[in-house]
Design a protein around this ligand. Structure first.
Ligand code: MRU
Length: 339
């Protein structure tokens, strides 16, 4: 079974086509998006999510909206693009792939002198971003599978699989590659409170691909490690600072601490587009805080008016990271991702 395609173009290339991840695992429904407002809503509500997929979706979404824009004179089109890019960028602050993709679109369009030419280069650049993401996933898979022992038992968090990229994923890329050689015994997927990307998405895409997967709640990970049931931890990233500090889904830091306590390697897999050499350390990575409702609605038994803190990400200090697997290879500490 080929990993699922979560983001791309519609057949007539007039729309962005995404797999609506809010409906998974119950329903597999693709949605076509052709306007900036719907694109932003899809990103904010996590219909499309995962750092690389957000970047690809934004690039294609802007390219198709540019083709449909009513502006026929170039200065008006330019102004439209200049307000649209920061608007889309503001939807989610932590995953740097979004800003990275929009910066590429901006640079590509800067040399154009007509609406037609600008739309053409935006489409071309969006296609490149998609193709490169797919290729980077393959490379991560090839490099990362060499770090896995035979019959590996892998613990992962959130979803850094095909659903989160245009290709076979980042953290799950080595898993797919090793599984193709019969070398994955089991993946443990942390449920990932509060939006359940682990149980809803990772468990869905892995079981669909025939890879044995067991879901645990986030609080069970240390106990599983203590039992000796985990060979490696393998997670994705939303932004990696120059010094190797890693922003990823909330709960990642706790996993890294538990892995250190149990002498289990803690690997982070991410494409070059996730490495932000301009951010010196994790301390300045903006952490998205989301609505309290995401936490309180699940059980529906919270006392009225209770305070809730809902950061979507945390920062794992580089000291807890055994290696970072990128498309360029395996990076070991001390990390220094110079621009
Ligand atoms: O809030 P999400 O679901 O977009 O968070 C996703 C993650 O934290 C992933 O681990 C990360 O984006 C890497 S995806 C290849």
């Amino acid at each position: 079974v080929r990993p699922v395609q979560s983001v791309g173009w519609s057949a007539d290339r007039r729309a962005l086509r995404i797999l609506d991840q809010r409906l998974l695992p119950g329903e597999v429904r693709y949605r076509d998006i052709a306007s900036i407002e719907v694109l932003c809503e899809a990103i904010v509500t996590l219909a499309v999510r995962g750092a690389p997929a957000i970047g690809v979706a934004a690039a294609i979404g802007i390219a198709v909206a540019a083709r449909a824009t009513p502006h026929s004179d170039f200065p008006a089109f330019r102004r439209w693009l200049e307000t649209t890019l920061p608007h889309v960028r503001s939807t989610r602050p932590t995953a740097v792939n979004l800003a990275w993709a929009l910066e590429r679109l901006s640079r590509a369009a800067s040399a154009a002198t007509s609406v037609e030419a600008a739309v053409g280069v935006l489409e071309l650049e969006a296609q490149r971003i998609l193709d490169e993401d797919r290729a980077m996933c393959e490379q991560i898979g090839r490099h990362g599978m060499l770090l896995l022992p035979p019959n590996a038992r892998v613990l992962t968090h959130c979803n850094a699989g095909a659903l989160a990229t245009a290709g076979i994923g980042t953290a799950l890329a080595p898993v797919y590659c090793a599984a193709a050689e019969g070398s994955i015994a089991r993946v443990y997927a942390c449920e990932t409170r509060p939006l359940l990307q682990g149980s809803r998405l990772t468990a869905w895409e892995l079981s669909r691909a025939g890879i044995p997967v067991t879901v645990i709640t986030d609080g069970m990970a240390a106990a599983l490690m203590a039992r000796g049931d985990v060979d490696v931890c393998l997670v994705g990233a939303d932004r990696i600072a120059r010094n190797g500090d890693v922003a990823n889904k909330i709960g990642t830091y706790a996993l890294a601490i538990a892995a250190r306590q149990h002498n289990i390697p803690f690997y982070v897999a991410a494409p070059s587009s996730t490495i932000d050499a301009t951010t010196v350390s994790g301390r300045t990575i903006p952490i998205e805080e989301r609505s309290a409702v995401e936490i309180t609605r699940v059980v529906g038994e919270f006392p009225d008016g209770i305070d809730v803190w809902n950061p979507a990400f945390d920062v794992t200090p580089c000291a807890f990271v055994t290696a970072i697997i990128s498309d360029a290879g395996v990076h070991r500490p001390p990390f220094d991702f110079a621009a």
